[in-house]
Ligand binder design. Sequence first.
Ligand SMILES: Cc1cc2nc3c(=O)[nH]c(=O)nc-3n(C[C@H](O)[C@H](O)[C@H](O)COP(=O)(O)OP(=O)(O)OC[C@H]3O[C@@H](n4cnc5c(N)ncnc54)[C@H](O)[C@@H]3O)c2cc1C
Length: 452
Amino acid sequence: MAEVKPRIRPRVQPPPARRRNFDEVVQGYTAEEALAEAQRCILCRNARCQTACPLTNQIPRWIAELQQGRPQEAYRILRETSPMPELCSRLCPQERLCEGSCAIGIKHEPVAIGLLERFVSDQGRAAAAGENGATSPSKRVAAVGSGPASLALAQCLARAGQAVTVFERWPHPGGVLRWIPRFKLPREILEAHLDGLTALGVAFREKTEIREVQQLLTGEGFDAVFLGIGASRPSVPNLPGVSLEGILSSTEFLVRSCWGGPDLPNGWQPITDLAGRRVVVLGGGDSAMDCVRTAIRLGGAQVTCLYRRDEANMPGSRKEVKAAREEGAEFQFLASPAAFHSADGRSVSRVECLRMELGAPDASGRRSPQPVAGSAFETEAELVVLAFGYEVETGAVKINPATGATREQGVFAGGDCVTGPSLVSTAARAGLTAARGMLRYFAGEPWDALAG
Ligand SMILES: Cc1cc2nc3c(=O)[nH]c(=O)nc-3n(C[C@H](O)[C@H](O)[C@H](O)COP(=O)(O)OP(=O)(O)OC[C@H]3O[C@@H](n4cnc5c(N)ncnc54)[C@H](O)[C@@H]3O)c2cc1C
C-alpha cells in the first residue's frame, strides 16, 4: 500500500469559546481539505464501510468523484441512497459505523467519511435546485410523527408522486431532531431540510396528536398510514424524592433548552440561564452528554455527570465524552443515585448516592454495577437531569422488517417505535423500507404477502 498521509483535522471551535455558545462545534472541511482527505481513500471493492452504513451509502463511488474534484456528482450519488446526508453526516456515530470498518483504519486513522459526507452534502444542497413534487399525486399517505423515519418516508413517496401529510403532536416538525442540541445540528440545517420537503409537496400538520389510526384510513380517506411515533418516553427511576422541583427528564431539559424559538410543547418554559446553579446529570449515554454540554453552555456553575459504571463501560460515544470533558464537565463514575433531598421541602438540593463496584456481566454483556455497602454520600445540586434512556410509549410496534407492514391492512411502521431507541440513520432506513413497501401495496400486492 502507498504511504498513507495523516487524517486532515477539521476546524473545531476551541473549548473556551464553545463553552459560551451553541454554534456548531466541528466546522467542517474547506474544499482543499476535503480534496486532500478524499485522496486518503483507497476506493476498496466490496467496501466494508458501505456494508457498515445503515443506508448502504456507496462510499467509494462518491469519494471517487470527490477525488476527481466533482462534489456535485458525489452529492448526486450520495442522494441515491441517503434521504438526509446533511443530517446523518453530522449525527451518525461514524466511529461505530463506516469509519469503524474503514480498511485504512486497520493500521492508520480511518478516512474521515463523515466529514467528507458533510462537505459533499453542504456543497450539493447549496447548488442543487429545489425539487418539485408531482403535480397530480395519486395516493394519499398519512405519516404519524415527524422524526427522521417519517421524513425519509415522506421524501421517498413524494418523489414517487404520492401525497404525504405528516402529523406531529408538537408545535414544530422534526421529532428528536428538533431538540438535539444546535452545537451538533444547527437548526437552519433542519429547517432547510423541512423546506425541501414542503417544496416537494409534503404537508405538515403540527399540534395534531393522532389517537385513532383507523380514523385516518376510513374517516379521512388516507390510502395508507405510517407510524413513526418514536420512543421518547423517558425512563424515570422509582427513587424517593424523584418528583421534587428541579428534577427534569432529559427530554424536558433538552426541549426547554434547545427548542429554539417560542411555542414550546406541553406549555414548557424555555431554560436560558443556569448561572450559579449546580447541575447533576444522571446517566452515561449520548443524551446524557447532550445534557451535560448544554448545561455548560447555559452557564451551570458546576456540571457533573454521575454514572453507575466505569468510563470504559459507558454506552455512549467516546468523542462525546471527550468533548464534554474539554468543555469543563466533571465525571463521577461508579456512583448511582439512591434518593433526592430538599432543603426547603419543595426543590431538590442534594442527591444521595451510593458507590458501586462492577460485578459479573449482565444480559447486555457489560459488567453489572453492585452497590458497595456503607458507601452512601451526597452531592449538592439545584438542577438534576435524569438521562436514563427512552421507551416506546405504546409498547413496540411489530412489523415485517422487509416491508414495514404491520398486521393491520394499510398500516406501516418504522423507526424507534419499532426498534426502541436507535439512530437517525437507522430510523431513516426504516422510513425508506416502509415507503417501498407502500409502493408495492399501491401497485396491488396482497397485504398478507407484505405483512409476511
Ligand atoms: C437527546 C437525543 C440525542 C440523540 N442524538 C443522536 C445522534 O447524535 N445521532 C443519532 O444518530 N441519533 C441520535 N439520537 C437518536 C435519534 O434521534 C432517534 O433514533 C431518531 O430520532 C428516531 O426517529 P423516529 O422518526 O423513529 O422518531 P422521533 O425522532 O422520536 O420522532 C417521533 C415524533 O412522533 C411524534 N409523535 C408521537 N406520537 C404521536 C402521535 N400520536 N401523533 C402525532 N405525533 C406523534 C413525537 O412528538 C415525535 O416528534 C438521539 C436521541 C435523543 C433522544
